[in-house]
Design a binder for this molecule. Sequence first.
Ligand SMILES: NC(=O)c1ccc[n+]([C@@H]2O[C@H](COP(=O)([O-])OP(=O)(O)OC[C@H]3O[C@@H](n4cnc5c(N)ncnc54)[C@H](OP(=O)(O)O)[C@@H]3O)[C@@H](O)[C@H]2O)c1
Length: 304
Amino acid sequence: MALEGRKIVVTGVTGQVAEPVAKLLARDNDVHGAARFTDDDARARLEAAGVTCVRVDLATGDVADLPADADYVLNFAVAKSGEWDADLDANAGGVLWLMEHHRAARAFLHCSSTAVYQPDGHRAFRETDPLGDNHRVWSFLETYSICKIAAEGAARWGAARHGLPTTIARLSVPYGDHGGWPAIHLEMMLAGAPVEVHRDAPSVYHPIHEQDIVASLPGLLAAAATPATTVNWGGSEAVSIEDWCAHLGELTGVKPRFEATDATIASVALDLARMHEVTGVTRVHWKDGMRRMVEALHPELLTA
Ligand SMILES: NC(=O)c1ccc[n+]([C@@H]2O[C@H](COP(=O)([O-])OP(=O)(O)OC[C@H]3O[C@@H](n4cnc5c(N)ncnc54)[C@H](OP(=O)(O)O)[C@@H]3O)[C@@H](O)[C@H]2O)c1
């Protein structure tokens, strides 16, 4: 399925993940980007790239200005205020408001997170594995895992209630020219701060470059179904924080310093068999992706 000539709603459009997605899709599609637009600069950047910006508030169900005749909806919005009522309303309730409004769409993609898995050492999580409060260990993301699980429940109900073909994609570590967790680690390295890793080493994830995120959208939308399809979504290679920071160090000459602790999130390695059936393997090798990230964010640092 080619994503061309479609009307596509992208929520969370000012966010790290959705902004580059919306801009790329706007080259060949009629893209409507939704957020509260607390960031005026983001609105200007998006409009310059051809995205029609629509103000919504998912917490209150203020979605009426979105085009109800959209072909596809990509829900990348997430609320992380730390207030339980507000975050449940925006994340779980928000999915339901959106699905009701867009019940005539061809497919609905709900972006979830691998933060829904109950930590279990170095197990490679499958979609059927137990869910749990993965991110509670980080006080600044206290509501995150539980709200992401609640939102998945809402998406499952919305798919069934409205007969709306839906995919719930559990994203691992998104990164690229617009930043991401590895970019935060690079900033910490530059500031001379230690990078926290879990004591149960190594801290393994599946970083996925923004180019691969966009490339996987047709497959994820084609897999949308009722009941909803749930699929892990990450780069095909498992990479540890230790390894990507070491590589960033090789690229920039800044040596990472690690701090092993139990007070950080544990490994979330993934079984990507289902994703590979749906989207194929990812294309951007993590070392190339990290180099491109440094080139985009700190070109002056590249030494290798
Ligand atoms: N970034 C990661 O490392 C990571 C990892 C795994 C999964 N994910 C998932 O990927 C998706 C995108 O994450 P992200 O990091 O790009 O998020 P982000 O940068 O925090 O952006 C969140 C977006 O949601 C919008 N939003 C927040 N509250 C809203 C509300 N009440 N109504 C409407 N829009 C609202 C924000 O815009 P306004 O504030 O202007 O409304 C913003 O556009 C999420 O589903 C997240 O769980 C992210």
